[in-house]
Write a protein that binds this ligand. Sequence first.
Ligand SMILES: [Mn+2]
Length: 287
Amino acid sequence: MTRRSRGGTRVSSTTSCPPGRFSGVSGSRTIVIGDVHGCLDELRELLDAVASGPGDRLVFLGDLLDRGPDPVGVLRLVRSLGAECVLGNHEEKHLRYAAHEARRKTDPRYRNPMRPFDPKRAAEHAALTRDDLLWLASLPRWIALGGRWVAVHGGLVPGLALSAQPPDWAVKLRYVDAGGRPVPREAGEAAIPGVRRWAEAWTGPDSVVYGHFPVGNGAPRRDEPRPGVVCVGIDTGCVYGGALTALVLPSGGSPDSRGPTPRGPGAAEIVQVRSRQRSARPPDSED
Ligand SMILES: [Mn+2]
């Protein structure tokens, strides 16, 4: 992996790549961006750094909302760019909250069973328009990117085709047991023998870019569970003082663009900007 500096932006590549090559690439790229969590300034800086143009496909990995300084601003920017996005567990939480509140308004005896949002999150939820909520409700759980890449927020259950993936796990999966079955986060953190990250057990055939699981040192996590099949985790904890990360796939293409010679995962590039947030540990209690 090579790495070079360009101003405040760290650019690295999964292949050795001649200097200046990146800035010469334009159009028809697929640019995948990790968990933004309200970090609007860093998102603007990252979009500048990747110099996304009209020919590029822009895909977000979910968790646009909550925690950071301007979640609603991030949501509006992503919508205004016409970008695609997979559903994150934080978007899913706002949708569930909205559904309970809507029911409560028509049935005064109904109680919203969810833990109340803290005042900041409640204010942000209240700022979401009907169109924002409809957009959130339209988000898919995974997106086939072409070139044998799939984008998902949490993870994919090994051994299952995309069409057979359990939708609830797609937004929150972290660990699987020795048989490849999903287990709760607590089981993964209890160091039970055989339990490991789903990406270490992923069976392919697609390579996967995912978010949700913050990488401690700000560098993306790369697993290659089978030869030629890679899983790249790009939640580099921007809201916790890490970095905001994009995976740039030069071939890009529409979901049905898999040709007979798909571009291999090695062609991907990583672009990052440093967080402007104060460092903080990820909460233990919330998926
Ligand atoms: Mn998440």
